[in-house]
Design a protein around this ligand. Structure first.
Ligand SMILES: *Cc1c(COP(=O)(O)O)cnc(C)c1O
Length: 221
């Protein structure tokens, strides 16, 4: 068994255990394996171990890997990083979903460029209120959703967040609950939240997708 396969097996067991603690079906959580900056060979190993959902941050890297790995049937790419409008075309073409929508210009460009079925999007919210972070302030969410929902070519599935790292479990849960409550207020069911550091807490708080990189592919350099 490859190292990646072994790690995946452990993560799947932890996902299942977190679901059990929360009284949720294991199938209610999608594990997105974040492969940014990792070679295509490792993605092949994960695919051989049954993994189908992969997350990439950088649009050109996503484009290149989608081309290189086009032979892997049923592989699903999730674009999870912030996008510049001139890179939107790569995501529109190659991605199953986009998890970091927080600018109307990007939504408009995605809407123009998307040719297949509407791309499911997760609107990024800055739940930690960090000045330097991407994502919308919670107050900006309502007007933003109204504008984006009018656009063809994309569909808002839910909300996404990458809260500031913390060792305090209650603080981490608080961020995830804030995101869940915002989604509920806006009639959304998808919640893309939780990474290597905190995916179990995120699942207990309702995550429908978790984005796990380091615990599957090892540290990034
Ligand atoms: C890199 C990244 C992840 C994965 O983080 P790990 O700590 O490696 O699990 C998840 N989400 C986003 C948006 C990322 O950029």
């Amino acid at each position: 068994m490859s190292e990646v396969a072994e790690r995946l097996e452990k993560i799947r067991a932890r996902v299942a255990a977190a679901c059990a603690r929360a009284g949720r079906e294991p199938g209610s959580v999608t594990l997105v394996a974040v492969s940014k900056l990792k070679p295509a060979a490792l993605i092949r190993e994960a695919y051989a171990a049954g993994q189908r959902d992969f997350g990439e941050n950088y649009a050109q890297e996503l484009r290149d890997k989608a081309t290189e790995l086009a032979d892997l049937a049923g592989l699903r790419w999730h674009a999870i990083g912030p996008l510049q409008t001139n890179k939107v075309k790569y995501v529109a073409k190659a991605a199953l979903s986009f998890h970091a929508l927080d600018r109307l210009e990007v939504a408009q460009e995605l809407s123009r460029r998307r040719q297949d079925a509407p791309i499911p999007c997760y609107v990024e919210v800055n739940v930690g209120g960090e000045a330097s972070k991407s994502g919308l302030a919670p107050e900006a969410l309502g007007p933003f959703l109204e504008s984006v929902r009018a656009l063809p070519g994309l569909r808002v599935e839910g909300l996404m967040s990458l809260p500031p790292p913390t060792e305090d479990e209650q603080v981490a849960r608080g961020y995830f609950r804030t995101l869940r409550e915002l989604a509920r207020q806006h009639g959304l069911t998808g919640l893309s939240m939780g990474t290597t550091h905190d995916f179990e807490l995120a699942i207990e708080e309702g995550a429908t997708l978790v984005r796990v990189g380091t615990a599957i592919f090892g540290e990034r350099t």
